[in-house]
Design a protein around this ligand. Structure first.
Ligand code: NAP
Ligand code: MG
Length: 403
């Protein structure tokens, strides 16, 4: 069989620990035999980030801007313990944070559903994709512990002109205080990423805030979304047969639970943080989630939603058998390859991605899976637990039947 040729390279970002092991195996077993893989390789593993003073992360993000599509392995975000373990000269920042800051995007996360593992919410028939605004609000807030009686004020000093003052509260005793912000530029690019992703994936878009209470702050989010929708997207949504729907956050959570799924839920930063954990848990597991960063100017970075699975890696280093789920990492590759195929007009690449994804689901639905899924399995046949390697080989066998 002739291998599929690519015309533009994918930006490939390698990572750490167990997912780095899976990364190499996925390429060797599931991709390279069928595709003449063209990638620009960046090693985002912690030792290389240390060696290059994290320049490699910046270079990888810049390459993504240039080439448009990247695929990323999970990476360690260093903490004090990692600084010691890897003898780091600095506590390097989260690569995802660095990449997001350069690409200015929104992260979309969706569960991968299989028959035999059912969502906790019985009426959810299709995936719910969460789009989280990843800038500002409480994550960039300034906080203050009020020691005792006094007046708290909100003061804005414009670059030109008089300062504006408002009383927040007259404290009669101790308390707490918080100042948060967002920007029209960031909210607008969040809105555009969401509308664009809805069009790309042909799904309705829901957005919700607490605008009835927060008449300036949250209302601004609502207004920006509406204005951008009306002026730039309404016609295209109509053409695609999809809808933009705004409601109050309280109403949204109730509707989400009663829904059948199959839409994108755009969330403010905090809502997205909390709701994505709830939705992913209710659907099954982080190892069964796709995750893609979409920038407003149309760059895509595909990754797994979970981390480097450290606990399994230490077992692997001791020579013990591991049963780590590779599905989210495989789907990062298929997402990126499909997008590359779409952009470059290579239908064979899109077709291959679809077949590989279908092979993954078929193996699980046939009762063979990794240990994490065996615990959730409700299928008719008893689950067969495979180690990571056996599981990848089972997927390859299934894929070959389809090619
Ligand atoms: P984690 O790697 O997601 O793993 C937490 C636990 O979840 C694992 O111990 C395992 O449970 C289960 N799990 C996660 N993914 C799995 C998979 N594919 N297959 C089977 N089980 C899976 O989170 P962590 O241990 O908190 O973080 C480890 C490192 O990852 C940290 O250094 C962190 O900075 C980094 N991280 C990176 C990203 C990213 O690059 N996107 C995201 C999050 C965390 P059992 O042990 O019970 O089997
Ligand atoms: Mg969270």
């Amino acid at each position: 069989m002739e291998r599929i040729k690519m015309t533009t390279p994918l930006v490939e970002m390698d990572g750490d620990e167990m997912t780095r092991i899976l990364w190499a195996d996925i390429k060797k077993i599931l991709l390279e035999p069928y595709i003449q893989l063209e990638t620009l390789y960046f090693d985002l593993g912690l030792p290389e980030r240390e060696r290059t003073k994290d320049q490699v992360t910046v270079d990888a993000a810049e390459a993504t801007k240039k080439y448009g599509v990247a695929v990323k392995c999970a990476t360690i975000t260093p903490n004090a313990q990692r600084v010691e373990e890897y003898q780091l000269s600095q506590m390097w920042k989260s690569p995802n944070g660095t990449i997001r800051a350069i690409l200015d995007g929104t992260v979309f996360r969706a569960p991968i559903m299989v028959k035999g593992i059912s969502p906790v919410v019985k009426n959810w028939k299709r995936p719910i994709t969460i789009a989280r605004h990843a800038f500002g609000d409480v994550y960039k807030s300034t906080e203050y512990k009020v020691p005792g009686p006094g007046k708290a004020e909100l003061v804005f000093t414009p670059a030109e002109g008089e300062a504006v003052r408002q009383t927040i509260y007259d404290f009669r005793g101790p308390g707490v205080l918080q100042g948060q912000f967002n920007t029209v530029a960031s909210i607008s690019s969040f809105a555009r990423s969401c509308f664009q992703f809805a069009l790309d994936s042909r799904q309705d878009l829901w957005f919700a805030t607490k605008d009835t209470i927060s008449k300036q702050y949250d209302h601004t989010f609502k207004d920006i979304f509406q204005e951008i929708y009306d002026t730039e997207y309404a016609a295209r949504f109509q053409e695609a047969g999809i809808e933009y729907f705004y409601t109050l956050i309280d109403d949204a959570v109730a509707r989400v639970i009663r829904s059948e799924g199959g839409f994108i839920w755009a969330c403010k930063n905090y809502d997205g943080d909390v709701m994505s954990d709830m939705v992913s848990t209710a659907f099954g597991s982080l190892a069964m989630m796709t995750s893609v960063l979409v920038s407003p100017d149309g760059n895509y970075e595909y990754e797994a939603a979970h981390g480097t699975v450290t606990r399994h890696y230490y077992k692997y280093l001791k020579g013990e058998e591991t049963s780590t789920n590779p599905i989210a990492t495989i789907f990062a590759w298929t997402g990126a390859l499909r997008k590359r195929g779409e952009l470059d007009g290579i239908p064979a690449l899109e077709e291959f991605s679809g077949k590989l994804e279908a092979a993954c689901l078929a193996v699980i639905e046939g009762g063979s899976m990794t240990k994490d899924l065996a615990g959730l399995w409700e299928g008719e046949v008893p689950a067969v637990t495979l180690n990571s390697r056996q599981f990848l080989e089972a997927i390859r066998d299934e894929l070959e039947k389809r090619l």
